[in-house]
Ligand binder design. Structure first.
Ligand SMILES: Cc1cc2nc3c(=O)[nH]c(=O)nc-3n(C[C@H](O)[C@H](O)[C@H](O)COP(=O)(O)O)c2cc1C
Length: 195
């Protein structure tokens, strides 16, 4: 199994602005490997511009926000690539695509060289509520695949960490995700009753 980090990936958009999306990445032979699914704007931008930035943030609202229609997070320009990076990043990495492996057309792999790595603030340490929010983001991104009972069970477990260890930002992120799940369930249940 490969060791995967979760981060906020920013990519250049044709109109000169910056696209934001949570994305996993891993390392292979000194390169950063990105594997965005087809179709996605992240994939289109990587193909079109061959550049991106990774931002590490402890503000999990950015993750939850991207999954719930809140993508407008402040960015600052990168130095060597043509997109922005999160303004509130603990650190960011500027990436140049070196080669693309199209072996899996549904999930091409972009092998990227790090042009720059910049530290902005120290890592404040792990927080269980933040980890729970990231896990809940993954669940929300797979709502259409998850049986309702399994989803409810997993959310109950993650909610314990949020209750015990969250600060205001984590609670806000959690609320957005729970609203998204409730809206999905309401829509899904309504569709079932009309069958
Ligand atoms: C923590 C986390 C990790 C993710 N990792 C990936 C990934 O590695 N590849 C991918 O295609 N989508 C991943 N996603 C889902 C993307 O963020 C989502 O598909 C996003 O909307 C990309 O689509 P877009 O580029 O069209 O905005 C992840 C989501 C989360 C919350």
């Amino acid at each position: 199994m490969s060791f995967i980090h979760e981060a906020i990936l920013t990519t250049p958009m044709p109109e000169g602005t910056t696209h934001i999306a949570p994305l996993g990445f891993r390392h292979e032979d000194g390169l950063v490997v990105l594997a965005p699914f087809h179709p996605s704007r992240t994939l289109e931008h990587l193909r079109a511009f061959g550049q991106a930035a990774i931002s590490h943030t402890d503000d999990v609202r950015v993750y939850a926000g991207c999954l719930t229609g809140r993508r407008d997070w402040p960015v600052l320009p990168c130095e060597q690539v043509r997109c922005g990076r999160l303004a509130d990043a603990l650190s960011h990495h500027e990436l140049q695509v070196e080669r693309v492996d199209d072996g899996d057309p549904q999930r091409p792999r972009f092998f990227c060289r790090e042009l720059a790595v910049t530290m902005h603030r120290p890592f404040p340490g792990f927080n269980r509520a933040q980890a729970a929010v990231i896990e809940a983001c993954i669940l929300v991104s797979r709502l259409h695949l998850l049986p309702a009972e399994r989803l409810a069970h997993e959310i109950d477990g993650l909610g314990i960490a949020v209750d015990k260890t969250a600060g205001e930002r984590e609670r806000e992120a959690w609320t957005w995700l729970m609203q998204r799940i409730a809206a999905y369930r309401a829509q899904h249940d309504a569709a079932e009753t009309t069958l």
